[in-house]
Write a protein that binds this ligand. Structure first.
Ligand code: PHE
Length: 341
């Protein structure tokens, strides 16, 4: 019987020291010390021994049990250390990896431009007025002295929203002139930025949705010279002192006299180049003295007040400023384009 104990002891020692994982070790513990383990079974057989042999065999078995217990414990702590080590090396943070940067967006180039424009006019005492994109025909056309048969009223040019054509998507920001004058008495100094809509086919210089920034000045006295001074100052602030400005006669139903205004070409300084089609000038937008009929329509007395108004196409100015040759780029959301601003 003692031989058997010796065999079990050597075998257990070998198996425990060769054991590679905690799970394997647990299996060995069950094998030797478990309720149905080899040593337990041996102890059970003590009763079949002659009585004088029983005490020494029992004691030897218990010693072996204790010995195996110690071996298991020692191996367990060694294996735990190894397993912990390997888990750490697998899960460890690698501080040499490049960081994941969060992506910070920024304002759209047209919004940035509008902010600059607003700043410049704030400096001259103008505040920002707003109106809705859905307008009445009266604000968009009638109050602005636009005759019934004017081509801009044509269904081909304007998005109407109902059958009697009393509601539409505004075709310019000029109806904000009307809204402002209806809601306050002179003097008036506002700019009115916003989206406008026209039934244009999309190409490099046309979009059915685009943005304008209107300006309106009304006081007891105002002149074309004041208008030119303001636009001149604005051009210098936005594009530099070298920019010149010129007026060309034009017609708008809501201004009299009316002009179109040009900036001297940013690219050639007025010498003539491809961008300005050799003219030295870039068309910007329309302007003029507020027509007395418009004053009457909003309840202002044309005898005691004078005013001027002007338009500005945001995309057009941004295109000139940054040398962009296709208006669609502003609206395609292409990061390669937007990231440049
Ligand atoms: N509303 C005109 C347009 O869209 C521009 C303009 C504004 C002209 C104010 C005169 C005065 O073309």
């Amino acid at each position: 019987m003692n031989d058997k104990l010796a065999i079990i002891g050597t075998e257990a020692e070998e198996k425990i020291s060769g054991c590679r994982s905690l799970a394997e070790l647990e299996a060995l513990r069950v094998l030797y010390l478990g309720r149905k383990g080899e040593l337990t079974e041996l102890l059970k057989s003590v009763s079949s021994l002659p009585s004088e042999e029983r005490p020494s065999f029992g004691a030897a078995t218990n010693r072996l049990k204790a010995r195996i217990g110690e071996l298991l414990d020692a191996r367990k702590s060694a294996l735990s250390a190894v397993e912990l080590e390997s888990r750490h090396s697998q899960e460890a943070l690698d501080f040499t990896l490049p960081g994941r940067q969060s992506f910070a967006g920024h304002r759209h180039p047209l919004s940035q431009l509008l902010e600059e424009i607003s700043d410049i006019f704030h400096g001259m005492g103008f505040s920002v007025a707003e109106g809705p994109d859905v307008e009445t025909s009266w604000n968009n056309f009638d109050a602005l002295n636009t005759p019934q048969n004017h081509p801009s009223r044509d269904m081909q040019d304007t998005f109407y929203l109902n059958n009697d054509q009393s509601l539409l998507l505004r075709t310019h920001t000029s109806p904000v002139q009307i809204r402002t004058m209806l809601s306050q008495k002179p003097p008036v100094r506002i700019i009115a930025p916003g989206r406008c809509y026209r039934r244009d086919a999309i190409d490099a210089s046309h979009m059915p949705v685009f943005q304008q920034c209107e300006g309106l000045y009304v006081d007891k006295k105002a002149s074309l010279a004041d208008l030119k001074g303001i636009l001149n100052y604005f051009a210098h602030q936005l594009l530099g002192e070298k920019i010149k400005i010129r007026f060309r006669p034009h017609f708008f139903p809501f201004t009299e006299p009316s002009v179109e205004y040009d900036f001297s070409c940013l690219f050639c300084g007025g010498q003539g180049c491809r961008v300005c089609k050799q003219s030295g000038w870039l068309e910007i937008s329309g302007a003029g003295m507020v027509d007395p009929n418009v004053f009457k329509n909003v309840g202002y007395d044309p005898e005691t007040c004078q005013g001027f108004a002007w338009g500005l196409g945001l995309e057009r100015v941004a295109m000139l400023r940054y040398g962009i040759n296709d208006i669609r780029l502003f609206y395609q959301g292409d990061m390669r384009f937007l990231k440049q601003f």
